[in-house]
Design a binder for this molecule. Sequence first.
Ligand SMILES: NC(=O)C1=CN([C@@H]2O[C@H](COP(=O)(O)OP(=O)(O)OC[C@H]3O[C@@H](n4cnc5c(N)ncnc54)[C@H](O)[C@@H]3O)[C@@H](O)[C@H]2O)C=CC1
Ligand SMILES: O=C(O)[C@H]1O[C@H](OP(=O)(O)OP(=O)(O)OC[C@H]2O[C@@H](n3ccc(=O)[nH]c3=O)[C@H](O)[C@@H]2O)[C@H](O)[C@@H](O)[C@@H]1O
Length: 439
Amino acid sequence: MRISVIGTGYLGVTHAACMAELGFEVMGLDVDVEKVAALSAGRVPLYEPGLEELLKKQLAAGRLSFTTDVEALAAWAGEGAVHFVSVGTPQKKGEYAADISQVDDAFDSLARAVAGQGRSLLVGKSTVPVGTASRIADRVAELAPNAEVAWNPEFLREGFAIQDTLRPDRLVIGVRSEQAEQDLRRVYAQLLEADVPLVVTDFPTAELVKVSANSFLAVKISFINAMAEVCEASGADVMQLAQALSYDPRIGGRYLVPGLGFGGGCLPKDIRAFMARAGELGVDQALAFLKEVDAINMRRRARTVDLAREQCDGSLLGKRVAVWGAAFKPNSDDIRDSPALNVAASIHLQGAQVTVYDPKATDNARKMFPTLTYADSALQAAHQADVILHLTEWQEFQDLDPAVVARHVSDTRVIDSRNALDAAKWRAAGWTYRALGRP
Ligand SMILES: NC(=O)C1=CN([C@@H]2O[C@H](COP(=O)(O)OP(=O)(O)OC[C@H]3O[C@@H](n4cnc5c(N)ncnc54)[C@H](O)[C@@H]3O)[C@@H](O)[C@H]2O)C=CC1
Ligand SMILES: O=C(O)[C@H]1O[C@H](OP(=O)(O)OP(=O)(O)OC[C@H]2O[C@@H](n3ccc(=O)[nH]c3=O)[C@H](O)[C@@H]2O)[C@H](O)[C@@H](O)[C@@H]1O
């Protein structure tokens, strides 16, 4: 059984390399010629810990290759192959709904390419609105009656992508036949032997598990951020509140870290697409709460901007602001819907001179926000700053000595929007330390 992966972005390249690590012969395909050239040369054009090493290892072992040619891929994969589709499903411009044109295009070209071959399984991994898998299965049945569709949503987190793929919390497969289930059981045999739970279900349930999981995580984050708003108004400390809540095993401490809120290429667009789909299904009331989850989340960005203005004596005009962090989370270079860059851009619009530093995401940030200034280190960004904004909690920032940082700035004021710096340490070094939801 050979495996292919269509779309080699954050998800696809990880999946391809991990399938090769499981011992399969794997071919990845992307429409982006430069991406395919980079991957073929052993270079991952994004930052994910351990991924480039894994890619190089699998290329050297001859188990992994990349192409832009779907016909060649289909011929190579042959009968009995499992093809995964992991192309993007971004939010449509100006709408909540997801743009699933990449998914439609990928399945169309793949189905045409495998038509006339022996049996093959085309497996969607992209996050899609419920109902998509069934529609695509009908389309594939027209184009390639020899091929079958299954849906296998992905739950990996960026920054932990390899371990989440090779040791996932669970596998979910939406299938319409015993044969499709058996094919996927073969793909994941090593994981199943290691007792990874498997849920075998229908298409709509598989699709919904994915978006409801991301919605639940978003709810948890916005819940604690709503508590942060109340803490701030009442003088309470949201970090202590979250700690106390976390000891209740029914609540748990994960995804309960208050701060600047969620961003990235998934949680924000997935809850919006889910709301849009619920509207189409006539059950928009069921998900009305997600609108508030989204609003709470966006208010954290606005509150950070306000706090920066307050710290700069009421006006950001002409102030020098150091921004630590550009990625939407640490250990990633992903800046899609990054709260850090959103705050940096707003502060820049209010007339401040903003200097951004991120250990891995600076190049991506520079392309999207060319008018911001970028530094090569946290200390360089802090040079003569009136205030420092800590917006992505890279370990590197937590390791800095506040006394050393103090020697570089104009004023010792820091806003820790991720609640990750050691407040006592910074205060002891003479800093005015402010965080969201804490006195
Ligand atoms: N990034 C993540 O951590 C996770 C993403 N997902 C979902 O997986 C999907 C992919 O997400 P990412 O990898 O982050 O997106 P991405 O934008 O990084 O990657 C998508 C890739 O597909 C390629 N592509 C577009 N159209 C194509 C076509 N017709 N044929 C072949 N390749 C094509 C693009 O060039 C790009 O390289 C989305 O639905 C996302 O919601 C799910 C779980 C985790
Ligand atoms: O569908 C997806 O693409 C993925 O989306 C998230 O993964 P990811 O976006 O990589 O990042 P997370 O670690 O979940 O963080 C998301 C955002 O929430 C923020 N966050 C997270 C946890 C927390 O307690 N507080 C908080 O503000 C992070 O800073 C980040 O901006 C989910 O965790 C994955 O399970 C899912 O597969």
